[in-house]
Design a protein around this ligand. Structure first.
Ligand SMILES: [Zn+2]
Length: 62
């Protein structure tokens, strides 16, 4: 995902702002990392450039 996306993404649980933690990136995109909500202490994984913003309880069911 492009870092600019962070401006429009919000935590699906509390609608709070998300913080980006980058593990791997190229010139354009974050490939691996986490979107972190400090408000409810939730972490959303970014895998292969795709942010997974499903709430944790849904994520486990799929
Ligand atoms: Zn939150």
């Amino acid at each position: 995902m492009r870092k600019k996306l962070l401006d429009i993404l919000a935590c699906p649980v509390c609608k709070g702002d998300l913080r980006l933690e980058v593990k791997e990136e190229n010139e354009e995109e974050v490939l691996e990392g986490f979107l972190i909500c400090d408000n409810c202490n939730e972490r959303y994984p970014i895998e292969e450039g795709i942010p997974n913003l499903l709430p944790p309880e849904l994520r486990d069911k799929l």
